[in-house]
Design a binder for this molecule. Structure first.
Ligand code: GDP
Length: 712
């Protein structure tokens, strides 16, 4: 039976620049929700503390792909004695983990796909940092309503106002402060809640005891100013309130909260909270904010999908238990206790343990064994999960990240996530024979978990090559292999994943004919290749008329072409953005076979590609470097030596910002490089921009290094 009504579910993520305090905020959230849930139960307090200690040691919950917590808003003010009342008012908050580093933006995207709202954490000293901007833009793209938390207000140099100003300036003019700090740095004592117009203090060892008081006299007019700003901003988004405001009438808390909720859900406003997670200040108010302002699954439009095999046939599923079951597997995680966990979000219907579901991407049926709900202090086995729920299934065999699970009688593919192709690869070698055996398994597991991580074997050298989104991505995976799978390995230098494409039209013929006694081979095709626009991939057109090649052999030709695509003619890199037309050929009644046509197709394609002025492509990154002015010369000089195009130089606070486009291959080791160049003061972010032709002299070096000198 459903325990929490769907309107009291929040599926959220906590996103932040590395070091802004995401881990600390998450820990506090789990701690306070743990206490809240436990109030009134027998071993109140002590039990909560015990598991906190254990969890801290294991650090498991924090890194779990999703954790479920329960929360009763503080303003309901329910005491421990009112257990039933608490349960009735409890909200279920599913916290979906979002990775912090830029290299993992794909993982960020994947988690943004399954969450409905987010808490964005900022460092109250640094304000908006470069990477917060990247993640913010992604959240915009996925239309994720959010609240902000300006953290670390206890730190020297912290400023709520400055941080808020940086949000206005760099992210959005729609931010609105709903709490403000009482004091900064060591004087950061508490919070003023602008809704209730009360001072809030957090007592007890971990700030778990909330005390409301009147606003201190010396802050009264300051608080009033902020309240007025807040009321104005909220009133502007609502006709009735605008009118009331203009008439000079008082607008009350019960009017403001729902109006701000509506405005947040429609991206018109973003509530901002203040506090310090480390000093146990105000994380509870952020939780209230999650409940008050972030959407429940039914606040969102129905999820869109399509019929398996036909993307044009759109299907919708409402967040409703009575709809057919549909869910998205968003993360695979190996768990030290139960093995492989598949985290999923139910979009519609009900999932029952023991039932069978259909995986529309893998085209397999899966039996649902155990369903787990991961809490801070426990893993509960549950019998069922309902629309809006997030949980984990134990032991699914054939389900990968991004797959849809659904009712076998009502199949649907939920928008599949597009994962970018890996851009960096390294050779990896096990240290010992024992490592060799375990390495294969470890790499297989990790690549199943992470669709942007690939493993291949070099056909010539038999070396194992792993590829991913960046240097750090691969470093982290190698490190995980060591920690989680106890496999030690050496890695080579990172290499850019180059591509190849053609720059002209060309034709070629492929003949695979062997006729010397007995049954022979006969495949003969003529192909035309032509360049496609960037990012168009591959297109195959069949222009055969009058059956000069029988229909049954056409797919074999396409297959032959496709196989040749993976090993290009310039330096053996995959060929992209190419159209191939099969326009002529011939066949033999007895000797023709699929194999013969496949080989002929492959031969013709390689020849045509060679004639079509093939070139190497390399990934170009959009790079933003921040550094103090006195290092500007060194930074730009260094960038220029890296084949960078510098696009702009601007000011941000007291720093210089350099925007540039730089080939990825030049950016290896840049973290260390920049740090030493700027005495540790420079930072940078980088994201993929586009593929671009490699200059001839460099292309030559690459070809030579790969033993594929161009014969001219
Ligand atoms: P994450 O990288 O975003 O997960 O950040 P962490 O939660 O690990 O925090 C990074 C560092 O900032 C740690 O040393 C924390 O102890 C510290 N930190 C987090 N929150 C606060 C805060 O509110 N005040 C202060 N002074 N330090 C904090």
């Amino acid at each position: 039976m459903r325990q929490t009504p769907i309107e009291r579910i929040r599926d959220i993520g906590i996103i932040a620049h590395i070091d802004a305090g995401k881990t600390t905020v998450s820990e506090r959230i789990l701690f306070y929700t743990g206490i809240s849930h436990k109030i009134g139960e027998v071993h109140e307090g002590q039990a909560v503390m015990d598991w906190m200690e254990q969890e801290r040691e294991r650090g498991i919950t924090i890194t779990s792909a999703a954790t479920t917590a329960f929360w009763v808003p503080t303003y309901l003010g329910l005491g421990a004695e009112q257990v039933d009342e608490r349960k009735k008012n409890e909200y279920k908050i599913n916290i979906i983990d979002t990775p912090g580093h830029i290299d993992f933006t794909v993982e960020v995207q994947r988690s943004l796909r399954v969450l409905d709202g987010a808490v964005v954490v900022f460092d109250g000293v640094a304000g908006v940092e470069p990477q917060s901007e990247t993640v913010w833009r992604q959240a915009d793209k996925f239309e994720v309503p959010r609240v902000c938390f300006i953290n670390k207000l206890d730190r020297t140099g912290a400023s709520f106002e400055k941080s808020l100003a940086s949000i206005y300036e760099r992210l959005t003019p729609n931010a609105v402060a709903v709490t403000i700090p009482i004091g900064h740095e060591q004087d950061h004592k508490g919070i003023i809640d602008l809704m209730r117009m009360k001072a809030v203090y957090f007592d007890g060892e971990h700030g778990e005891k909330i005390r409301l008081e009147d606003i201190p006299e010396n802050l009264a007019s300051y608080a009033k100013e902020w309240r007025t700003k807040m009321v104005e901003k909220i009133a502007e988004t609502d006709d009735v309130l605008t009118e009331k405001y203009l008439e000079g009438k008082e607008i009350t808390e019960p009017e403001l909260r729902p109006a701000l909720r509506r405005a947040t859900l429609s991206y018109k406003l973003i509530p901002v909270f203040a506090g310090s997670a480390l000093k146990n200040k105000a994380v509870q108010l952020v939780l209230d904010g999650v409940v008050d302002y972030l959407p429940s699954p039914i606040d969102l439009p129905p999820v869109e999908g399509f019929e398996p095999g036909d993307e044009s046939k759109k299907l919708l599923r409402k967040a409703d238990d009575s709809e057919p079951f549909s869910a998205l597997a968003f993360k695979l995680q190996s768990d030290p206790y139960v093995g492989q966990l598949t985290f999923f979000r139910v979009y519609s219907g009900v999932l029952e343990a023991g039932s069978y579901v259909y995986n529309t991407i893998g085209d397999t049926k899966e039996r649902i064994g155990r369903i787990l709900r991961i809490h801070a202090n426990s893993r509960d086995e549950v019998k069922d999960m309902y629309a809006g729920d997030i949980g984990a299934i134990v032991g699914l065999k054939n389900t990968k990240t991004g797959d849809t699970l659904c009712d076998p009688d009502n199949p649907i593919v939920l928008e599949k996530i597009d994962f970018p192709e890996p851009m960096v690869s390294v050779r990896i070698e096990p240290k010992t024979k024992a490592d060799q055996e375990k390495m294969g398994l470890a790499l297989k597991r990790l690549s199943e978990e992470d669709p942007t991580f690939r493993v291949e074997t070099d056909q010539e050298t038999l070396d194992v090559i792993i590829s991913g989104m960046g240097e750090l991505h691969l470093e982290v995976l190698v490190d995980r292999m060591r920690r989680e799978f106890k496999v030690e390995a050496n890695t080579g230098k990172p290499q850019v994943a180059f591509r190849e494409t053609i720059t002209a039209k060309a034709e070629a013929e492929g003949k695979y004919i062997k006729q010397s006694g007995g049954r022979g081979q006969y495949g003969h095709v003529r192909l035309r290749v032509e360049p496609l626009e960037a990012a168009q991939g591959f297109e195959f057109v069949n222009e055969i008329r009058g059956g000069v090649i029988p229909q049954e052999y056409i797919p074999a030709v396409e297959k032959g072409v496709k196989e040749s695509l993976s090993r290009g003619v310039v330096a053996g890199f995959p060929i992209v953005d190419i159209k191939v037309a099969l326009y002529d050929g011939s066949y033999h009644d007895v000797d023709s076979s699929e194999v013969a046509f496949k080989i002929a197709g492959s031969m013709a394609f390689q020849e045509a590609a060679r004639r079509a002025k093939p070139v190497l492509l390399e990934p170009i990154m959009k790079v933003e470097v921040l550094a103090p002015e006195n290092f500007l010369g060194d930074v730009t000089g260094d960038l220029s030596s890296k084949r960078a195009t510098i696009e702009s130089m601007t000011d941000r606070y007291n720093l210089k910002v350099v925007d540039a486009k730089v080939p990825l291959s030049e950016m290896f080791g840049y973290v260390t490089n920049l740090r030493s160049m700027t005495q540790g003061r420079g930072t940078y972010t980088m994201e993929f921009s586009h593929y671009q032709q490699v200059p001839t002299n460099i292309a030559k070096q690459i070809q030579e290094a790969r033993g594929m000198k161009k014969e001219e």
